[in-house]
Design a protein around this ligand. Sequence first.
Ligand code: HXC
Length: 257
Amino acid sequence: TNYEFILTETKGRVGIVTLNRRKALNALSTPLMTELNAALKVFDKDENIGAMVITGSEKAFAAGADIKEMSKLNFVDNFKNNFIEDWTGVTKIRKPIIAAVNGFALGGGCELAMMCDIIYAGEGATFGQPEIKLGIIPGAGGTQRLTQAVGKAKAMHLNLTGDFISAAEAEKAGLVAKIYPADQLVAEAIKNAEKIASYSLPSVLMAKELVNKSFELPLSEGLHLERRLFHSLFATEDQKEGMNAFAEKRAPNFKHK
Ligand code: HXC
């Protein structure tokens, strides 16, 4: 497929999307988000893909929603068109998505990274929710997912001051899983994605779903669901293969079913 604002490629069982509006620091325009959602859906349906990576350029993962596009919008149209709602397509993808963040992840860019399942950052990455400086607030998780990730103190600071934090601070706060040298970030993210994609797909999908459910369910219900899905994996060929391979001291050959 030919996209205008993103590049897509595959490496082994990994689907890679590179945001490609370099001159605008990958500002997330509506057409870009439409393409991103479409590409992720294609990878999600592809039997040969087990995990995905979203990345940007060295200078910017994404510097936010497209301010020039938004400056023309008004309340009634936003409300009628449910502006931003379609961004949530990213969160409906079932296979794991890694955000590999070099440079700016600001506003909607930070929110897009937080919609992914894991954030890895390059050493020079910068995170922030500067919407407040534009007379607005975040609209795609900056007040909600960020608070779940880093707690009230830092979420309030970031949302109310619009200040940026470094990759090191973001990792310390729990927003970022790992930091890599900037020039190795994408390769390392792909390596981690390859590892995830090598495992039995049903177990990977369930693990992702359950971690996300932990934010929605009371503990007892989350634990109950976890135990039931754990039981169910014993119906897969891959559970037999994984455990036999361990006993036979060899690498498992998962069929991903
Ligand atoms: C549209 C943007 C943009 C954005 C940068 N650009 N961010 N265009 N929307 N969010 C454009 C600039 O206009 C400029 O275009 C080019 O990218 C390079 O940016 P510069 O500002 O010249 O680069 P620099 O001086 O290095 O500063 C980098 C920056 C700054 C600190 C990241 O660009 C910046 O503050 N950007 C806006 C960050 C922001 O406020 N994000 C939140 C947006 S609101 P030209 O044509 O002049 O060369 C948001 C709401 C989300 O995300 C709501 C729910 C999804």
